[in-house]
Design a protein around this ligand. Structure first.
Ligand SMILES: *Cc1c(COP(=O)(O)O)cnc(C)c1O
Length: 337
C-alpha cells in the first residue's frame, strides 16, 4: 500500500545529497565559536534576510523564545494574534522564560494589522504592563498557511518604530510566504528587529532553526541560548543540512504549493468535506461532514496520515517527501469517499 504522510512538514527525512553534505561538514566546538559550518550557516541566513548576524538553535521554539527574551524585560507585554505559535504551542514559555504577558488579537486567519495593534499598546502607567514587542507569524500556521505581504508588514513596522516597540517575525515557514507573495527576503531585515527561520519544516533539514538580528542582540542571544540549554558543540553536522536546504530546497517549495492546490480542488469536490479554507501555500485546512476522527480513520485505511485541529477540521501539509504519485493517490481516495 502507498503511504502518504500529510501530518506536518516536519516529518521529512534528509535526502542523499543532504546526508552527504552532513557527513562532509567541517566541524568544531560551536560554544567556543569554532564550528566553521555553523558560522557559515549563521552568516548565510543573516545575509539572505538582510540582518547582521544569526544564531543556530535546535528548534524554532528556541529561536522564538530566545528572541522574546532578547526583546523584552520581565513585566513587559507582547502583542500577537490569538493563534500565534509563540503563545499556543510553546508551552507557556512567554511567561516562564521571559516573565512577560501576552495581549492577543483576533486577526483574520492569523493575520493582524497596524489598526488592530495600535489601540492595544499600553500607555505608560503603573497599572499596565509595558508593551515592548509585537510578534508576527508568516506564514500563519493556525491560519492555514495564510501570508503577509511586505506591503501589509510596512505599516506595522512603522507603528512599532513610532511607539518604540520591537518587531519579531516567527518565520517558521517564511520561505513558503516568499514563494507565494514574490517578496524579497533581503527586504525583510529593514522591517523586523528579529527573524526566526525554521530549517526543519518545508526546507527538509532534520533539525534546526536560526534567529537573525543585529550583532549586539545576537551576542546577547548566545548567552540566552546557553542558559536555555541550547549551546551545541559539533553542531556543524546539523548546520550543513541547513546550508544544503537553503541552497537546494527553497526553489522547489512552489511544487508543494501546486500540490496543495490539486488537493484543495479534490477536497472541494469531495462530498465528505463541507468547507475548504483558502489555500495560499503548503497548508490546507478543511471541515469534514462526519467527525474528523472518522474521516481520518478512512484515510488511514488507505495509508494516508493527517491530523485534525478541531473535532470537524482536518489539516493537510505538503512537503518534499510527498511526490506527485502520492498526491494522485490522495486525489483518487477522496474521489471514492
Ligand atoms: C513549527 C513552528 C515553530 C517551531 O517549532 P519547533 O518544532 O520548535 O521547531 C514556530 N512557529 C511556527 C509558526 C511553527 O509552525
Amino acid at each position: 500500500m502507498m503511504h502518504v504522510d500529510l501530518r506536518s512538514d516536519t516529518v521529512t527525512k534528509p535526502t542523499p545529497g543532504m546526508m552527504e553534505a552532513m557527513m562532509n561538514a567541517k566541524v568544531g566546538d560551536d560554544v567556543f565559536g569554532e564550528d566553521e559550518t555553523v558560522n557559515e550557516l549563521e552568516q548565510k541566513a543573516a545575509a539572505i534576510f538582510g540582518k547582521e548576524a544569526g544564531i543556530f538553535c535546535p528548534s524554532g521554539t528556541m529561536t522564538n523564545q530566545v528572541a522574546i527574551k532578547c526583546f523584552t524585560q520581565p513585566l513587559d507585554e507582547l502583542i500577537a494574534d490569538q493563534t500565534a505559535h509563540v503563545y499556543r504551542y510553546e508551552g507557556g514559555g512567554i511567561a516562564f522564560n521571559s516573565s512577560v504577558s501576552a495581549r492577543l488579537l483576533n486577526g483574520e486567519r492569523g493575520i493582524i494589522t497596524a489598526e488592530m495593534i495600535a489601540p492595544e499598546i499600553n500607555a505608560i502607567n503603573d497599572h499596565y504592563p509595558r508593551t515592548s514587542l509585537v510578534v508576527l507569524e508568516n506564514t500563519s500556521n493556525r491560519g492555514g498557511g495564510s501570508c503577509y505581504t511586505l506591503e501589509q508588514i510596512k505599516p506595522i513596522a512603522a507603528l512599532c518604530k513610532a511607539k518604540g516597540l520591537k518587531l519579531h517575525l516567527d518565520g517558521a515557514r517564511i520561505f513558503n510566504a516568499l514563494t507565494a507573495t514574490g517578496d524579497k527576503s533581503e527586504d525583510y531585515g529593514k522591517y523586523f528587529d528579529g527573524v526566526s527561520v525554521c530549517l526543519s519544516k518545508g526546507l527538509g533539514a532534520p533539525v534546526g532553526s536560526v534567529f537573525l538580528s543585529d550583532k549586539e542582540t545576537i551576542r546577547y542571544a548566545r548567552r540566552v541560548r546557553k542558559v536555555f540549554g541550547g549551546g551545541m558543540r559539533q553542531a556543524g553536522f546539523l548546520a550543513a543540512a541547513g546550508i544544503y536546504a537553503l541552497d537546494h530546497h527553497v526553489e522547489r517549495l512552489k511544487i508543494d504549493h501546486a500540490h496543495a492546490q490539486i488537493l484543495a480542488d479534490a477536497l472541494r469536490n469531495c462530498p465528505a468535506v463541507s468547507h475548504v479554507l483558502p489555500v495560499e501555500t503548503n497548508l490546507i485546512l478543511f471541515d469534514t461532514v462526519e467527525p474528523a476522527a472518522a474521516f481520518l480513520e478512512k484515510l488511514a485505511a488507505h495509508g494516508i496520515k493527517a491530523l485534525s485541529t478541531h473535532p470537524h477540521r482536518v489539516r493537510f501539509v505538503l512537503h518534499l517527501d510527498v511526490h506527485p504519485d502520492q498526491v494522485e493517490h490522495v486525489v483518487n481516495i477522496l474521489k471514492a469517499m
